[in-house]
Design a protein around this ligand. Sequence first.
Ligand SMILES: Nc1nc(=O)c2c([nH]1)NC[C@@H]1CN(c3ccc(C(=O)N[C@@H](CCC(=O)O)C(=O)O)cc3)C=[N+]21
Length: 297
Amino acid sequence: MTEIIDGEAVAADVRDAVSEEVSRLSDAGVEPGLATVLMSDDPASETYVSMKQRDCEEVGIESFHVEIDADAPAEELYETVDDLNERDDVHGVLVQMPVPDHVDKRTVLRRIAPEKDVDGFHPENVGRLVAGDARFKPCTPHGVQKLLDAYDVETEGADAVVVGRSDIVGKPMANLLIQKSPTGNATTTVCHSRTEDLEGKLADADIVVVAAGIPEFVDGSMLKPGATVIDVGINRVDADTEKGYELVGDVDYESAADVAGAITPVPGGVGPMTRAMLLFNTVRAAGIQHDVAVDLD
Ligand SMILES: Nc1nc(=O)c2c([nH]1)NC[C@@H]1CN(c3ccc(C(=O)N[C@@H](CCC(=O)O)C(=O)O)cc3)C=[N+]21
């Protein structure tokens, strides 16, 4: 039987653990706060940001939100980040991606104070992760790691294939999988748009993480029977539904579920974990900034 990996359930457990740490911080006089910045008219981005605010409320994290006109000068975004960096009540700063074309993404990511960079995208935090001394693990790969752990998926010595090499998912995911740790130690292959023989790489994979950004890119015929399949894709495709679209992953769920040993659904798989790990990082950030020990790992 194929096991369906319940991201909502594991995310709820993470939120419970975060809530407890919020209480401990509060006893120490610290109220953790997260600021989200949105510079986009994209409806999906608006949905995600409002979900993040709702999550904060649920666990007792103060949330602040700044919206900037999508056609405002880039400097306005940079200065907003500077202001949030300075504020004592803001422990985490997240600038929702993507930002408009006239904004330099690298400048934004460098401008966020590394100790408030709860996405883990600042070069200092990327470097620390690669060096095996992570401060904030990027939320999506960290969430995947938690899912694998929660479902006792053995990574040690496993053959893992990551499909996609983005800075926010593919690269950090591969880094976590190769690390010398009980949740790492996998033999990891990273495939991407120039990979010659994706089928050949997937055929032997015990763990497959797909973050290609292409709807239903991987299907069951490409998987090793019993493989654990983690679908990071969240694609809105036009459909005759109330909202006018449906969410599909980067994996063809029907065919993959027939072959896989365990699989994440979309929605309800990796997405909720990404949001939960953001709360986790925010509480860690507050702990670091106020020198209060936080019991999360
Ligand atoms: N600075 C930054 N940090 C991010 O972490 C970030 C970002 N920018 N830009 C966009 C992506 C995307 N992302 C999602 C997180 C959760 C769901 C999620 O919870 N999805 C639900 C469904 C949501 C729905 O109904 O649309 C699910 O999969 O079950 C989706 C997408 C975070 N991102």
